[in-house]
Design a protein around this ligand. Structure first.
Ligand SMILES: NC(=O)C1=CN([C@@H]2O[C@H](COP(=O)(O)OP(=O)(O)OC[C@H]3O[C@@H](n4cnc5c(N)ncnc54)[C@H](O)[C@@H]3O)[C@@H](O)[C@H]2O)[C@@H](O)CC1
Ligand SMILES: Nc1ncnc2c1ncn2[C@@H]1O[C@H](COP(=O)(O)OP(=O)(O)O)[C@@H](O)[C@H]1O
Ligand SMILES: [K+]
Length: 515
């Protein structure tokens, strides 16, 4: 699913109005009706108090139009206009008149007004600012936002939580509504998925207001949301006459004294991801451990007992996953440097190999083309330096990706895969996965996919999706606390099978089918 920018949404808006020969207030009416239907379906006329806080732009206009539908259906509403500017939008004014026609008089709130009482059982509709926010709200508006956040009421935001910019980072976190639910028009917004701003959204849903499908289809976006539909097109089916050679050979290079487990996890994950063959390259201390715990995996050893000192092997793998558990000792840095200098094979680079690259930036130019780097936030900071906000981070990663012709997997709650100018935002996974070794499993999965001939970008996107989906399946039986990295591997099979599961039909349809 594409993530459109505010500019693109405004453009879609204009094109739709022109093509369909409708007024902009009709589009607002469509939006308001969608909002109303959503609420009415759930509330079924319940006499709960609904406080609608509306700005003076089109987001506020949506709120005012929604208020009219709620009033028409007998809901218990109170409307507040947060009067932050003289420049009221045309469609806001049209809808304000329509509301007044029904003898509903909003409270006009100005800087020195008292804040209204809101009960814990009430509902707040947040229509103060939408995607038109272009500067941080004034202090008195921030006070209102804080007041709403501090109430115990359920907050339903129209389009985007008020105070959140659509395409830039916030400069005052106090000025943002903390939404329980966001009904976002036509497209979710990138900020819903970034670590700094995602916390302001508990749940979201897209309401289709019928913006021009043609424009939406042909327009390229900087970011895409990755779900099942997106990865299904990447999936490579197993061929009837395929053999283990068809599905590639993964080499996992890693480990040091006390950290051989990481190599076990990555190697096992590569196997479960479908790699035809898997070989691990470890210090001697890892030999028996790997041979005993993973009979399917072949093992090569370094000349040193406890750490990697000389990375040499007499085989031609399809892809190499390097870095888990290697440490950052001088000898290992040397070994990795000379390996990278001579290596031409595709790479997946993780953990301490990333830290070594950060300390020795000259090595970055030795990476084979389309190398996949999988940093967690701390490793990323070492690699690209710190950032002011998530948008600066993404801009820096894009520059890095272009400069070194690599793919960067920014791990997190919503992992983002960056390739040149484009970012892919993952939707699977859960906090149970914040556990030792889950990154090692991801390295193994991506390596295993790359071995099977998946192009680098597909391997990264599909790997991240499967990793998260395994976590989502696992958590159903482990719970969040007890999920371990090994569970992710054990549930990878389920994640593959789930790709082709049809969604369950709703109960009503099931009954119809039986009759
Ligand atoms: N195509 C769509 O998606 C549609 C969008 N609609 C609604 O329109 C919204 C966008 O409306 P607008 O462009 O009017 O913008 P907003 O309603 O988000 O903001 C209102 C206006 O306030 C001004 N402003 C921005 N930041 C301010 C600040 N800190 N202090 C004071 N004034 C500030 C701006 O000039 C802005 O136009 C969307 O979020 C959505 O709710 C709907 O009406 C239906 C169609
Ligand atoms: N809250 C979360 N929601 C979803 N996924 C998460 C969450 N926390 C961590 N993960 C995922 O778990 C993995 C952790 O990787 P990493 O930090 O490298 O762990 P380790 O070094 O222990 O292997 C990443 O793929 C990350 O996206
Ligand atoms: K809003």
């Amino acid at each position: 699913m594409k993530l459109y920018s505010a500019k693109q949404i405004y453009k879609a808006d204009q094109i739709s109005i022109k093509k369909e020969e409708i007024g902009s207030n009709e589009l607002m009416e469509r939006a308001a009706l969608q909002l109303f239907n959503w609420m009415h379906l759930r509330m079924q006329g319940a006499p709960v108090k609904i406080h609608l806080f509306c700005g003076i732009g089109n987001n506020g206009g949506d709120g005012i139009a929604l208020a009219r539908h709620l009033v028409d259906h007998g809901y218990n509403v109170e409307v507040y206009v947060v009067n932050y500017s003289e420049k009221r939008s045309k469609d806001f004014l049209i809808n304000l008149d329509r509301l007044k026609d029904r003898k509903v008089w909003p409270h006009f709130m100005n800087s020195d007004d008292e804040l209204p009482q809101i009960g814990g059982e009430d509902i707040i509709v947040d229509g103060i600012f939408g995607i038109g926010l272009n500067r941080t709200p004034d202090e008195w508006v921030v006070k209102i936002i804080q007041h709403l956040n501090n109430s115990k009421a359920f907050i339903l935001s129209i389009d985007i939580p008020s105070g959140l910019f659509t395409d830039q980072g916030p400069d005052n976190f106090q000025a943002i509504i903390k939404s329980n639910y966001v009904l976002s028009f036509q497209t979710p917004k990138l900020v819903f998925f970034l670590p700094e701003t995602g916390t302001f959204i508990e749940q979201w849903e897209v309401l289709d207001i019928g913006l021009d499908p043609e424009y939406l289809r042909v327009t390229e976006t900087d970011y895409e949301l990755i779900g099942k539909n997106e990865v299904l097109t990447m999936y490579k089916p197993r061929e009837k006459y395929g053999h283990k050679g068809t599905y590639g050979h993964s080499l996992i290079i890693g480990g040091s004294y006390g950290k051989i487990g990481s190599v076990c996890l990555s190697s096992r994950a590569a196997l479960h991801a479908g790699s035809g063959l898997v070989t691990s390259f470890v210090p001697k201390i890892g030999y028996s451990i790997l041979q005993t715990s993973l009979p399917e995996v072949m093992v090569l050893t370094d000349t040193d007992e406890n750490e990697l000192t000389d990375i040499k092997f007499n085989l031609e793998p399809s892809v190499i996953g390097v870095g888990v558990g290697i440490g950052t000792s001088e000898v290992t840095i040397k070994a990795l440097s000379s390996f990278l200098k001579s290596n031409k094979l595709p790479l997946v680079i993780d953990a301490d190999a990333l830290n070594i690259l950060s300390k020795n930036k000259a090595l970055l130019k030795d990476l084979s083309e389309d190398s996949i780097l999988t940093p967690h936030p701390k490793e990323l900071e070492r690699l690209i330096g710190n950032w002011k906000d998530d948008f600066e981070k993404l801009a820096k990663v894009k520059e890095f990706s272009k400069k070194y012709k690599c793919i960067v997997v920014i791990k997190g709650a919503h992992t983002i895969i960056v390739h040149g100018e484009k970012g892919y935002v993952n939707t699977t996974g859960n906090p149970g996965m914040a556990t030792a070794g889950s990154g090692d499993v991801l390295t193994g999965i991506i390596t295993g996919l790359r071995a099977q001939g998946y192009p680098a970008l597909d391997a990264a996107i599909f790997g991240v999706y499967l990793h998260g989906r395994s976590g989502d399946i696992a958590v159903e039986s482990t719970g969040f606390q007890s999920l371990t990295a090994s569970h992710l591997i054990a549930n990878l099979a389920g994640a593959f099978i789930d790709l082709f599961k049809m969604p369950e039909p709703p109960e009503v349809e099931k009954e119809n089918q039986q009759n």
